[in-house]
Ligand binder design. Structure first.
Ligand code: CA
Ligand code: CA
Length: 181
């Protein structure tokens, strides 16, 4: 149990790094705005879709940070990991559900054409908005399980990612970690 929690905390620290889009050491509204701006630019979204993208990123922030986001408070890595740890200790199912909802929102962010599938291009652009190099995420996408015609069915992808951030599949974790190197 203690070891599990050590691994989870290691994961959550890396997750924080990914979510801290502007690399200022805290999570705040500015991160989601910057992420949305990258997506709008890379997909060349028109005004209507740009608004949807901005709202999606802000919704992601609200899910992640809850009350702190409402008060526009910046959250540090220790606060982020402490929050997840106390969720986890209180009720691990609840914590898992929280992570599921956050990841589902990430996929809503990524699925720009709203066909409930994440194409490689959509995946690569979403990861780029989180500072991951296109080459790395393209390679990584090809390792994702069960893709059909260059697309990943969304529900499978969400469950796969929930395990990345909340599960204990060591091989999967190693693959994901490589993407951040
Ligand atoms: Ca930040
Ligand atoms: Ca799509």
């Amino acid at each position: 149990m203690a070891n599990d929690l050590d691994l989870l905390q290691e994961k959550w620290r890396l997750w924080f790094k990914m979510l801290d889009i502007n690399n200022d050491g805290t999570l705040s509204l500015e991160d989601w705005t910057q992420g949305a701006e990258t997506m709008i630019r890379e997909h060349n979204l028109n005004e209507k879709y740009a608004e949807v993208a901005m709202a999606s990123y802000h919704r992601l922030g609200a899910l992640l940070l809850g009350e702190s986001m409402k008060d526009n408070k910046a959250v540090t890595v220790d606060q982020f990991v402490d929050n997840l740890t106390s969720f986890y200790k209180e009720d691990s199912e609840k914590a898992q559900k929280y992570i599921f909802n956050v990841i589902r929102q990430l996929f809503l962010v990524a699925d720009v054409n709203r066909d409930a599938l994440i194409s490689q291009e959509e995946f690569v652009i979403m990861m780029k908005s989180f500072g991951i190099k296109s080459e790395k995420s393209r390679q990584f996408y090809e390792k994702l399980p069960r893709f059909q015609l260059n697309k990943v069915p969304m529900q499978d992808a969400i469950n796969w990612w929930v395990d990345v951030w909340f599960g204990t599949d060591a091989a999967r974790w190693q693959t994901v970690k490589q993407m951040f190197d």
